[in-house]
Design a protein around this ligand. Structure first.
Ligand code: PEP
Ligand code: MG
Length: 312
């Protein structure tokens, strides 16, 4: 079954009845574009820009940033490319931007967009480089911020984007407060992208770097599914770019919840495309309802599998 699922996996993402779900790639830079294209990515749903900033004592120069962004945009002349601004701190420590040394809990500290309060020049340089890189490109550039928690942060980020000439600001929903108040955030930005890795970590107070808590750090947890539903119901397009999107069964459930695009590491794309193609939107909705009615992660997983026969 696995081989035939791969064989019929081509073309744009859609359910069996033709409900479109763009299937996008998570990348860390231009070096990942080839694999994304080879696996049929329709665009990039998460460009993790921190890799540009790793192993350095100073931020990359303006021209270097611009070049790295342009190379990715050029690879998808008819697609969209969602670039995430620098997500430094916690599980992504950067040498040139050490967090305040008195932070006892870096995952709850000045990470992600919060860093821009102390270092606004880094965000400004990144947005300017993105604006220059997107000039004259066919690809649609969307820029989003990580670790956004409240509407005021989303509003300020959107204003910064627009001031830089970037017209499609969005935010990641990866903190429970952002999901719970998704309607407030939706009033400020054009789209959401749910980061299920962090959303699960923060919903279950289970550090994603602590292996012993893997049973809690599970995106099948019903509370995570409920939080995703809140984001998906807020009135703006809502993708998922956490690891959950690359699980074929969970991908169907997310579509049933109302998620509008899925972004994953490139090798996961063919199986997710095949899983969607085998099920109607209504079947995905039924699987989502069955999963959310469960009382545990394993119960949700089992209920979804039973509801979507033919998937592992
Ligand atoms: C996430 O948190 O789910 C996510 C996609 O971002 P990262 O894994 O880079 O924190
Ligand atoms: Mg994250």
């Amino acid at each position: 079954a696995r081989a035939s699922a791969v064989a019929d996996a081509s073309g744009p993402g859609a359910t069996r009845d033709g409900h479109r779900v763009p299937l996008l790639a998570n990348i860390g830079g231009p070096q990942d574009v080839e694999a994304a294209l080879a696996h049929g990515a329709e665009g990039v749903g998460l460009y993790r820009t921190e890799f540009l900033f790793l192993d350095r004592t100073e931020p990359p120069g303006d021209a270097e940033q611009e070049e790295a962004y342009r190379a990715v945009l050029e690879a998808f002349p008819e697609g969209k490319v969602v670039v995430r601004t620098l997500d430094a701190g916690a599980d992504k420590p950067l040498a040139f931007l050490p967090p305040p040394s008195d932070e006892p809990n870096p995952a709850l500290g000045e990470r992600g967009l919060r860093m821009a309060r102390r270092h606004p020049e880094i965000l400004a340089a990144q947005l300017a480089a993105l604006a220059r890189a997107s000039a004259g490109q066919g690809a649609t550039l969307q820029v989003m911020a990580p670790m956004v928690t409240e509407a005021a942060e989303a509003a300020r980020f959107a204003a910064d984007c627009r001031a830089a000439g970037l017209d499609h600001p969005g935010v990641m929903v990866e903190v429970p407060a952002a999901a719970l108040r998704a309607r407030d955030l939706a009033g400020e930005v054009e789209f959401f992208s749910v980061g299920t890795n962090d959303l699960t970590q923060y919903a279950y107070a289970a550090d994603r770097q602590v292996g012993g808590l893997a049973h809690l750090q599970d995106p099948w947890q019903p509370a995570v599914l409920d939080l995703v539903a809140m984001a998906a119901d807020a009135g703006v397009p809502c993708g998922v770019c956490g690891e959950a999107a690359g699980d074929p069964v969970l991908a169907c459930v997310l579509v049933g919840i109302g998620v509008t695009s899925l972004s994953m590491s490139a090798p996961s794309l063919p199986l997710v495309r095949a899983a969607l193609a085998r099920h109607s939107l209504e079947e995905c909705r039924e699987a989502a309802a069955a999963a959310r009615a469960a009382r545990s992660a394993s119960g949700a997983h089992g209920a979804a599998r039973a509801s979507l026969p033919g998937l592992e």
